[in-house]
Design a protein. Structure first.
Length: 192
C-alpha cells in the first residue's frame, strides 16, 4: 500500500509540474501575441503617418510652385525624394528584407529633413494655404516621431520576449515569427 501512495504522490507532483509548465507557456504565448498586435498597430499608425505626410508634401509642393515658381533647390530635392518613396510604395518592403526596410526609412528621414527646410523657406510668405499646410506638416512630423518611438518600444518588447528563454522556446514551438505588415517592420530602429 505504501508503494502505491508514493507512486500516486509522485504522479500528482509530476502532473502539477506539467500543468504549471503548460500554464506558464500559455501565459508567455499570450504575451507574445499581445506584443505582435502592438507591433502591427504601431507599424500601421507609422505607415499611415508616412503616407499622409507624403500627400501633404505633394500638396505643399504644388502650392509653393504656384506661388514661387519652379526651380527652388529644396523643392527639387523634395520632388526627387518623393519620387523615390513612390517607387518604394509600388514594391512592398518585406519583413525579412532588412536592407530594403532600412532604405525605406532612410528615404522617409530624408523627406522629413527636406520638408523641415522647405517649410521654413515657404512659411510666412503671405499665402494662408501654404502656411496651413506647413502647420499640418509640422504637426504630422511630431506624430510620426511619436509613432516611431512607439514602434521601437513595441519591437523591443517583442524581440525581448523572443530572445529570452521561455519566449524563444514558445515562439519556436508555436512558429511565431517577427510581425509583418504590407511594408513590414524589419526590426527595431532608432527613433529620430
Amino acid at each position: 500500500m505504501r508503494k502505491r501512495v508514493r507512486f500516486s504522490i509522485a504522479g500528482l507532483v509530476l502532473a502539477a509540474v506539467a500543468a504549471g509548465l503548460i500554464g506558464w507557456a500559455g501565459v508567455v504565448w499570450v504575451d507574445l501575441c499581445r506584443c505582435e498586435v502592438q507591433v502591427d498597430g504601431a507599424w500601421t499608425r507609422l505607415d499611415n503617418g508616412y503616407r499622409h505626410r507624403l500627400d501633404l508634401a505633394r500638396d505643399l509642393l504644388v502650392l509653393a510652385r504656384a506661388a514661387d515658381g519652379p526651380g527652388t533647390d529644396p523643392a527639387h530635392r523634395m520632388r526627387e525624394t518623393m519620387d523615390g518613396l513612390e517607387r518604394f510604395a509600388a514594391m512592398p518592403v518585406l519583413p525579412d528584407d532588412r536592407d530594403r526596410y532600412a532604405t525605406y526609412l532612410a528615404w522617409q528621414r530624408r523627406l522629413g529633413d527636406i520638408l523641415a527646410e522647405f517649410t521654413g523657406e515657404v512659411r510666412g510668405g503671405g499665402d494662408r494655404q501654404v502656411d496651413r499646410l506647413c502647420d499640418k506638416l509640422t504637426e504630422m512630423e511630431g506624430r510620426i516621431r511619436e509613432d516611431l518611438r512607439q514602434f521601437d518600444r513595441s519591437m523591443g518588447e517583442f524581440n525581448g520576449f523572443t530572445r529570452s528563454f521561455p519566449g524563444s522556446l514558445v515562439a519556436r514551438v508555436a512558429r511565431i515569427k517577427q510581425p509583418g505588415c504590407p511594408t513590414g517592420p524589419a526590426g527595431p530602429i532608432l527613433a529620430r
